[in-house]
Design a protein around this ligand. Structure first.
Ligand code: BGC
Length: 251
């Protein structure tokens, strides 16, 4: 079954049809810069442009950088505050005329890694952490997602950990990779102390091969430590995969 996967991010909104059996994109990814300000109306307009680009008339799976409960955005840490309380799912369905499932972006990336990437066949406790503008988290127990965890907001040095250890903090504070790795290490120590995962997967832009070599050797965990395999496409693939699971279950 093919589903159109869409990943809404702070700088770009990307989409592609996904073969949900294999996790492969069936057409080249299409990206549009995120409108500024990224209000619901403007962002959903871009989603519609992506739908039109692929002449899509079927189900959509969408990854969004907030907690999503029953289609509704319940946090807005790194998105326009006007999203709070917005039913993202209905908004997309009304605009595109396609059935839509919307899930948290880190959950989407995690779902993709569990099905097709670094977490494949891992039945123990797996945590994917994405380091980007914020820190996103996805928790799996025996391959089942515990959705909507927000471990990027665990307190570290008096504020959300993401303000200290996200990739945006590295850029903002002009840190060398080694200095940033020390911050990530502090964060991972807290994560390990609280949750004792068996595998930690590092995702987001910093999981790209040319970046991971700059800090990975500085990190020490009791858990197995891996970087995401699907990188850029994880959100698209995971959102589509999850949409298939949820839409088939509700048939
Ligand atoms: C948000 C999460 C999101 C993460 C990564 C955090 O600030 O609260 O919902 O998954 O950023 O985008």
């Amino acid at each position: 079954m093919e589903i159109l996967g869409i990943d809404i991010g702070g700088s770009g909104i990307k989409g592609a049809p996904v073969d949900t059996q294999t996790g492969q994109l069936t057409k080249e990814r299409y990206r549009i810069a995120t409108p500024k300000p990224a209000t619901p109306k403007k962002v959903v307009g871009v989603v519609q442009e992506i739908v039109e680009h692929f002449e899509w008339k079927d189900a959509i799976g969408c990854a969004f950088p907030a907690r999503i409960k029953k289609g509704i955005a319940r946090t807005a840490a790194n998105v326009d505050k006007s999203w709070l309380g917005t039913n993202v799912e209905s908004l997309i369905e009304e605009r595109t005329n396609c059935p839509a499932v919307v899930i948290n972006d880190a959950d989407a990336a995690g779902v993709a890694e569990m099905a097709f990437g670094a977490g494949k066949n891992r039945k123990d406790i797996v945590m994917l952490l994405t380091f980007g503008t914020g820190i996103g988290s996805a928790l799996f127990v025996n391959e089942t997602l515990v959705p909507n965890t927000e471990f990027g907001h665990i307190e570290l040095h008096g504020s959300s950990a993401e303000h200290y250890a996200a990739d945006s903090a590295r850029k903002k504070d002009d840190l060398k990779w080694g200095e940033w790795a020390q911050r990530v290490q502090e964060y991972l120590d807290v994560i390990e102390f609280l949750f004792a995962p068996d595998l930690i997967i590092i995702g987001g832009g910093v999981s790209k091969p040319n970046k991971r070599e700059k800090y990975l050797h500085d990190l020490y965990t009791n858990a197995d430590l891996m970087t995401a395999e699907l990188q850029n496409e994880a959100g698209i693939i995971g959102a589509a995969y999850r949409a298939r699971q949820l839409l088939v279950a509700s048939d």
